[in-house]
Design a protein around this ligand. Structure first.
Ligand SMILES: NC(=O)c1ccc[n+]([C@@H]2O[C@H](COP(=O)([O-])OP(=O)(O)OC[C@H]3O[C@@H](n4cnc5c(N)ncnc54)[C@H](O)[C@@H]3O)[C@@H](O)[C@H]2O)c1
Length: 252
């Protein structure tokens, strides 16, 4: 039996990278997926790939920084597939290496708006729906950056630490309603975002990053997709509030 059979899921940032790999994996495990992304074309591509696999998906253009759009996204899941079992707040944006004193207000506002407010918007909109339904799962993509930061990424690191703390708080608030909330903490992952973290000397920077991972490689998006499938599934019933590290030992 498929591990997410019949579950209705919403994944943000599902037009690319970790979100796309997770959307494909969720669908392969029997979930219906609302494929949400700021980039409409990218969302449609992911949904088409799911359709070609024989899965069930609905693409949607959503800006997670806008609470009304996030609410409409969950409403869309209910109208299209009848309920909401799993919300995966995965959309995020990176920071290029910036010494803290050179970080602009605009950079701060933008990263916090997507990485923190976006996740908050999702959590706040999902809880009443999941309560009414008798349970659910919320997954939030944080990062090893929120646990073991690298220099030059102060705003991004702080945004991911905020996601980890928000997740723990919410897990305490909603456990009584059978809602689990988990943050996922990937180490550097081979997606389009990685180039921003690596900067101009990408080859050299990549080697430096790999050297800090005991397992000896970076993540592939599928490493996170497999973790997300587990965490979304009933197999993870006793897992809530944790910052689930998928990092080849980087955070030790
Ligand atoms: N790639 C890494 O090294 C890495 C490491 C740790 C954590 N993460 C986190 O993983 C998550 C996914 O990143 P990825 O590596 O797959 O990146 P990605 O750039 O491949 O995908 C991110 C997706 O989010 C979408 N997005 C951006 N802003 C949005 C908004 N306001 N509303 C809706 N969608 C929006 C983009 O259009 C894109 O499709 C992010 O939260 C990121 O911070 C990434």
């Amino acid at each position: 039996m498929a591990r997410l059979q019949g579950l209705v899921s919403v994944i943000t940032g599902a037009g690319s990278g970790i979100g796309r790999a997770s959307a494909l994996a969720f669908a392969a495990e029997g979930a219906c997926v609302v494929v949400a992304d700021l980039d409409r074309g990218a969302a449609e591509e992911t949904a088409a790939s799911i359709g070609a696999q024989g899965g069930s998906a609905s693409p949607l253009q959503v800006d997670v920084t806008d609470a009304a759009q996030v609410d409409a996204m969950l409403q869309h899941a209910s109208e299209r597939f009848g309920r909401l079992d799993v919300l995966f707040n995965n959309a995020g944006i990176p920071q290029g290496f910036t010494p803290v004193e050179e970080s602009s207000d605009d950079l701060f506002e933008r990263i916090m708006a997507v990485n923190v407010r976006g996740v908050f918007n999702g959590c706040r909109a999902a809880v009443p729906r999941m309560k009414a339904q008798g349970g659910g799962v919320i997954l939030n993509t944080a990062s090893t950056a929120g646990i073991r930061p690298r220099p030059g990424l102060a705003i991004y690191n702080a945004s991911k630490a905020a996601v980890i703390s928000l997740t723990k708080t919410l897990a305490l608030e909603v456990a009584q309603y059978r809602i689990r909330v988990v943050s996922i903490c990937p180490v550097a992952t081979d997606t389009p975002m990685l180039a921003t973290f690596l900067g101009p000397d990408a080859e050299e920077a990549r080697e430096r990053f790999v050297a800090t991972v005991p397992w000896g490689r970076l993540n592939k998006p599928e490493d996170l997709a497999r973790a997300a499938v587990f965490l979304a599934s009933p197999e993870a019933e006793m897992v809530t509030g944790t910052a689930f590290e998928v990092d080849g030992g980087r955070d030790i």
